[in-house]
Every structure is written in C-alpha cells, then in structure tokens.
Design a protein around this ligand. Sequence first.
Ligand code: FAD
Ligand code: NAI
Length: 466
Amino acid sequence: MQYDVVIIGSGPGGYTAAIRCAQLDMKTAIIEKYDTLGGTCLNVGCIPSKALLDSTEHFHNASSAFETHGIQLKDLKIDFKQMIKRKSEVVEQTVGGVKWLMDKNKITVFHGIGSFVDKNTIKVKKNDGGEEEITTKNTIIATGSKPASIPNVTIDKKRIITSTEALSLEKLPKSMIVIGAGVIGAEMGSVYARLGTEVTMVEYMDAMIPTMDKTMGKELFKALKKIGIKFNFSHKVLEVKSTTKQVTVKAENKKGEEVTFKAEYCLVATGRKPYTEGLGLENIGIKTDDRGRISVNEHLETSAAGVYAIGDVVEGLMLAHKAEEEGVFVAESIAGQKPHVNYLLIPNVVYTWPEVASVGYTEEEVKEKGIAHKIGTFPFRALGRARASMDLDGVVKVIASEETDEILGVHIIGARAADMIAAGVTAMEYRASAEDVSRMSHAHPTYMEAVKEACLAATANRPINI
Ligand code: FAD
Ligand code: NAI
C-alpha cells in the first residue's frame, strides 16, 4: 500500500495532522508505538493532570471555602484510589475518542515502532511481534518528548519520579520534593499540596514559572504559598539519592551552603527533551541540534525532502496546541496551500488555582526589545464577580504600544484565566488597540471585566472600578 502521508506519533501534533491530511483527501496512515493513541498529552500529560487538578481543587474548596459559603460538610475524606481511577477513566474515554476519529476519517492506524528505511519507506515493528514496510510520498515526524533529568539524578520511577508516575501513585504521599518550579512543578505540586502532602519546591532560578511574565510568577508564588507549598529558590540541586522508602535531595543555596531535603518522593520537573530514539534518522541524513530537536526550515520540512517534523520534537514551546497548529500547517503545505502559524499568539496556560494564562510579549521582552509601551493592570479583588465566588487572588496585565495603543501582550492570573486568554488572542490576532477592547461591552458581573478595566488602564490610565 502506498500512502500520501505517513505520520509517526499520535499525540496532538500527529493525530491532528492525520485528520487534516485525510480531510484534504490524502491517503493517510499513523504509527503509534503504544497501544493507545493520543501521545503524552492525552495519556500522561494535559488530560490526566487536569483531571487530578479538578478533583483536588474540589477537595480544597470543600475543606477550605464551603463553610464560608454556608455549606457544612461532615467527615470530609479523600478516596485517593477513586481519584486516580476517575482520572484513568477520563484518559480512557479521551484516547478512545481519538481512535474513533481515526476510523471516522479512514486513517490507517499501525501500533508499533516506526523507523525510516529510506525517506519513502517506513518500517513498522509491530507490538504483536510482526514487521511491515509501508511506502509513502510524505512523512510527518511527531514523536514528541520525554521527561529530562539533571546531572547526578537518576529517575528510578519508584521514589525519584517524573510527572508520569506522579499521575498514578497508589497511595497519597505524606511528603514530596519537587525539583523545578516550572509548569509541571506548579501543577503537580498543587495537586498534592491540596490533598495535604507536604510539598517542598527546589528551584534553580529566583522565581516560579520563570519564562512567563515576572508578575505572574510573583502572584502565583503568593497563591501557592497559601496552600502550604514551601519554596526554595536559587537552589542548585547537587544530587538525589533514594532508598525504598525515602529520598534525600542535596542542593546548594545562594550563599554556597549545602542544604538537605528529605521526603517520601522526589518529583523531577526540570523540563522535557525531544524524543527521536529508534526513528532511524541517520538512514535519511536528518540531524538533530544541540538540544536533540529535529532541525526544520520555515515549512517545517527536514533536510530530507518530503519529511516534516512538528510538535515537541522541533523548536518552540512544548505545548499541545502548538503541536496541533503545526500539524494542520504541514498537512495544508503538503496539499499545496499556503498556511501560516503566528507563534507569538500561541497562548501559554498554567492550570493552578488561580490559573495563569498569557499571550504575546512579556514586560521583560518589550523592555529587552526596546519597544515603547504602556502597561495597564487590574486586580481581581476589585471585581464583584470575584467577591461573589471568593476568588480574590489575581491580576490582569495588558501591555500596549505607547505609539499605536496596539495590544502587545495579555497576562492573566486569576479564576478561569485559561479560558479568558482566548479573548486576548482574538484581540491580538485582529491587532486591536487597548482602547478597542476597553470600548466593547463586557457582561457584568464577569471575570472578563478585569480585561476591559486593564485595557482602560493601559490606554488612558482611566479604569472605572478602582
Ligand atoms: P506527544 O504527545 O509526545 O506524542 C508523541 C507520540 O509519538 C507518543 O505517543 C509516542 O509514543 C509516539 N512515538 C514516539 N516515537 C515513536 C516511534 N518511533 N514510532 C511510533 N510512535 C512513536 N500541553 C498543553 O498545551 N496543555 C497542558 O495542559 C499540558 N499539560 C501537560 C502536563 C504534563 C504532565 C505533561 C508531561 C505535558 C503537558 N503538556 C501540556 C505538554 C503536551 O503534552 C505536549 O506539548 C504535547 O503532547 C506534544 O505533542 P506531540 O504530538 O508533539 O507529541
Ligand atoms: P519547565 O521548563 O516549565 O520548568 C522547569 C523548571 O525547572 C524551570 O523553572 C527551571 O528553572 C527548573 N530547573 C531546571 N534545572 C534545575 C535544577 N538543576 N535544579 C532546580 N531547578 C531546575 O518544565 P516542566 O515543568 O518540566 O514542563 C515541561 C514541559 O511540559 C514544559 O515545556 C511545558 O510547556 C509542558 N507542560 C505544559 C503544561 C501546560 O501547558 N499547562 C503543563 C505541564 C507541562
């Protein structure tokens, strides 16, 4: 069988590319080495982490906020096994949905490891032991990423774990050290801190989520301290050792002193690395860069003509929706269209509570680029909606051009920021000015009023409700 396109990897990048190729009438096949489709995101990433974040936030509210709302609960208890079971069911349904989408779009699915024999021949080493070679005009590599470790730390998956194991622990831990106060650290740290686990973060930099706008990290730090997480910034981890019951983390603090932390588990959340093992890239002369990413040109095509790469395995943000956009981009490029991905407008979200969401330039970036700008902020605390729901922590920060008033960045920490950021993306996609947004009617009472007010503050320093 000759395919128009073969996709290796069925994460959000791969399966979205497959569907778009099929929609464009290309004979499409997808190869996935695991038994379920959906990749990191659906199996051990976005979906299970959000399922646990939702469950644990319910528990946290029930134990800390319900009484103030006038709801009395007796004998509130955590059934951790049930929580993990529900998470697994959500995953099962979601990955089943991808299988259904493949069938609906008449995409051939192979379960096995895909590798290049040459640029038009892919070998599939099937999970059932068999082997098959398929030929194709084009290939899209969408093999994603795996957790990365740091020097002197060996992940044993028992006590020294990654997010994958942290999503499926059998017992609620009493204590956990989290190395890295980035996105996974913040989200998984929140999951366990809300359930009463003593969570200690050890972070190399001097702030949380250091790649986002600094105001977001500062506010998130305050919010997560309230749920009991202990932070150790500017700490360089030297080594991690484990026994069957305990982990010991040695780190060096800012003063150069050695500090020791002990806990039941150590979650290593220090970033992810592109995954290209077993692909046979050497057989078609494809090179990876110093960070293991497959090098591609502006069409996301590798050095081998007709072989493309997308998602976590190439440069850029390691996000599901970035991989999806690239999947659509490559499918449409192969079909002869002229698609475009606006990388500046890919939003970034941290699903803590409050949530953090941002799009466009950060304050640090506009300063570094020397762009004349104005900043408008508005606190959630001043919103009637936030008082009604007791979600007072948070702020909206809008960055606009000093010269034209065009919105350059929107950064939100607060209740439902993850959904609110879509308004920032829309405004920036249509190159709205801060005044444009400030003159649109926003329903009252909503959290979105904070965006309107921050735009009023940015455009003319005239917020109404503060
Ligand atoms: P992946 O999803 O990694 O999929 C690659 C697939 O390729 C895998 O299934 C793998 O088995 C398969 N594969 C690899 N090699 C081969 C081979 N040789 N043959 C066959 N198959 C192969 N992003 C968000 O946007 N929002 C979130 O909320 C979010 N939460 C996350 C939470 C966690 C805990 C983690 C770890 C990640 C999270 N991410 C989130 C990141 C997101 O999961 C990734 O950016 C996304 O999955 C990347 O998609 P991808 O298609 O590039 O690769
Ligand atoms: P990250 O890059 O977000 O954070 C890693 C953190 O570890 C950084 O703060 C870094 O300074 C710190 N660090 C690195 N080396 C260290 C050391 N030796 N000692 C102490 N700290 C150290 O990576 P993370 O959290 O592992 O997530 C990986 C990827 O997964 C991210 O790129 C993210 O895009 C994606 N992801 C996205 C989510 C979302 O969109 N909500 C959720 C979870 C993951």
